[in-house]
Structures are given as structure tokens and as C-alpha cells.
Design a protein around this ligand. Structure first.
Ligand SMILES: [Zn+2]
Ligand SMILES: [Zn+2]
Length: 306
């Protein structure tokens, strides 16, 4: 059984879900941001400018780049939502990325809390992810408060290259251990402050390049995340798991707790795992090259597959 997003004969569209323009604290206007991602071969991007009542770094409305959309490249109206109450953030602000927002989505009021803001974004139709949990010290309690989000940013390129706090995998794993069925994202959080773009992306399986099809696929987990490794297929065959990918040095299977298996070597493009003793309600795949570039599958829950 081919697992999503490889189980249907759809293309995989490459996109960045988290990035900024001069609408907020990005250094390039949206036209330049869009053309830069087009030059890198992306199919879509989200313009997720900060949405908060502070003109020094934030916009006061959702960023809309759809006037620049073309048949082979689209933008998702998005925002990085903020509200008060976050511990370990100098401004006390939560950072929540919401892709596919209605243009009239309002910024949080001073008394709106993070769970309410996340619920409001989901109800408005957005794909919602927890931005850079490592960068701003998201606590386990905080992650549990906003576990209704669709995904956790397990890789944030800007945080990775600017302060080596770009991971979110520990936060994501805690939520999985607690039974929250979150997906993963890899993003740039690009501000065009140097080359902080093109480092982390998602590959989304959808039958057409429209915002509706991309958002639907994101919400149903039909994608994987990457910083340079390609996943070609993941196949569950009774008690055996097969993974094919671009040449890599490590293919890793992870589950509940510390449970993991790995295949290590050179130029591995196919790996097989015996999962007959895999004592976990879910599994996920991580693939790594010698240069540190990775790809992450979303978690797969056995009760949804069998
Ligand atoms: Zn942020
Ligand atoms: Zn950001």
C-alpha cells in the first residue's frame, strides 16, 4: 500500500509556507519575493507577513499576493498571527502561521489568547502551524495549549542559519506522544535578509495548482517536508515498510518514545524496515544526507491505515 502523498497519481508541488515581505518586516516587496521563488523552481508560496498592532514590524491585514498568480505559480493569502501571553518571548508574543486566510481575517485583540486565535484561524479555513518552537522556547505546556494546530514547524531555515534554533522536532514528538495528530512543516521564514530563502519547503500532492487543492492537501497531510532530500515513495506491505528516496546516508524510522530503527550507509535510495515488533501507534520517516540535508514524512497512524 502506497502511503500519502504517493498513493495517488498527482504531481508534488513545491512551496514555502512561511515568508515575509515589506508588508511587514521583510526586506523585499512581494513582487521580488515571488520572482525569487519562481527562479528557484517553486510552484507556490505563502506571503505570511506578521499580523499585529505594531507598525514597527507588522502589517495590519492579511497579505494578498494573488494579483501576481499565474497558471504555474500561486500565492496563498497568509499571515503570521500574533497574540499576547507567550512565555520566553521578549515581546510576550505567540507566533502562529496561518495559510489560506480570508483577507478580512482580523488581528488578535489584546485579550485574545493563543488557543482562541488558533481556533479562529482554523474555523476561517486556514492551515495552521506552530512557528519556530525551538527559536522562542515554546514550553511543553504551551504546545499542548495550541495542539489543535495542523502542524509543527520542524525546520525553520532562518532560525537555523541565524541562531541554530531551527528545529521543532522535539515539540512535535511530544505532541505525538500525547496523541495529538499533528503534521510537520519545513519552511524558510524568509525575510530576504541575505540568502534566507530556498532552505526548507513542503512537497504537496494535489491534483491541481490551486489554493483550494493545496490547502485541502495540506490539511489532510498529503505532503512531506524537505531541506533537499526527495522522498519518492513510502510503502506499507503488511509488516514491512519500504522507503525510496534520492541518494542519502541515513533512513530513519521513528515512533513513540525512543523507538527507532535506521538504515545507514552511502547512496541509499531504498530502505526496508521490518515493523512486526514496532510497538507504536504511529511512525514517521526521516531521511538525511551526509551534508545534513533532510526530508521528513508526516506521521502515519496505524489505525488510519489498516
Ligand atoms: Zn515568528
Ligand atoms: Zn516569520
Amino acid at each position: 500500500m502506497l502511503l500519502p502523498p504517493f498513493d495517488q497519481d498527482t504531481p508534488l508541488f513545491r512551496g514555502n509556507l512561511h515568508g515575509h515581505t515589506t508588508q511587514s518586516d521583510g526586506l523585499q516587496p512581494m513582487a521580488t519575493v515571488i520572482s525569487s521563488y519562481q527562479d528557484l523552481g517553486y510552484d507556490f508560496i505563502a506571503l505570511s507577513d506578521h499580523l499585529w498592532d505594531d507598525a514597527t514590524f507588522a502589517a495590519d491585514c492579511v497579505t494578498d499576493g494573488t494579483a501576481y498568480d499565474q497558471p504555474d505559480f500561486i500565492t496563498l493569502p497568509s499571515a503570521e498571527l500574533h497574540c499576547l501571553g507567550k512565555r520566553y518571548d521578549q515581546d510576550g508574543l505567540w507566533h502562529i502561521v496561518a495559510n489560506g486566510l480570508p483577507l478580512d481575517f482580523a488581528m488578535a485583540s489584546p485579550d485574545e489568547d493563543a488557543p482562541t486565535m488558533v481556533a479562529r484561524a482554523i474555523a476561517a479555513g486556514a492551515f495552521v502551524s506552530l512557528a519556530h518552537p525551538e527559536w522562542y522556547g515554546m514550553t511543553t505546556d504551551e504546545s499542548m495549549m495550541v495542539s489543535a494546530a495542523h502542524a509543527v514547524e520542524v525546520f525553520n531555515y532562518s532560525c537555523s542559519i541565524k541562531n541554530n534554533r531551527g528545529s521543532g522536532i522535539a515539540t512535535a514528538d511530544i505532541l505525538l506522544h500525547e496523541g495529538h495528530r499533528v503534521g510537520f512543516t519545513a519552511t524558510d521564514d524568509s525575510h530576504f535578509a541575505g540568502t534566507d530563502y530556498g532552505g526548507g519547503w513542503v512537497m504537496v500532492g494535489a491534483n491541481e495548482l490551486t489554493s483550494g487543492a493545496i490547502l485541502s492537501a495540506l490539511k489532510s497531510g498529503r505532503y512531506y517536508s524537505s531541506t533537499g532530500v526527495e522522498i519518492h515513495a513510502i510503502i506499507l506491505d503488511d509488516q514491512t515498510l519500504h522507503v525510496s528516496c534520492s541518494p542519502a546516508s541515513h533512513v530513519m524510522l521513528s515512533g513513540h518514545g525512543y523507538y527507532a530503527k535506521s538504515v545507514n550507509g552511502q547512496n541509499i535510495s531504498y530502505a526496508v524496515f521490518d515493523i512486526s515488533d514496532f510497538d507504536s501507534p504511529y511512525f514517521r520517516i526521516t531521511i538525511m544526507q551526509n551534508d545534513g540535508r533532510k526530508a521528513w514524512s508526516n506521521p502515519y497512524w496505524f489505525d488510519e491505515l489498516r
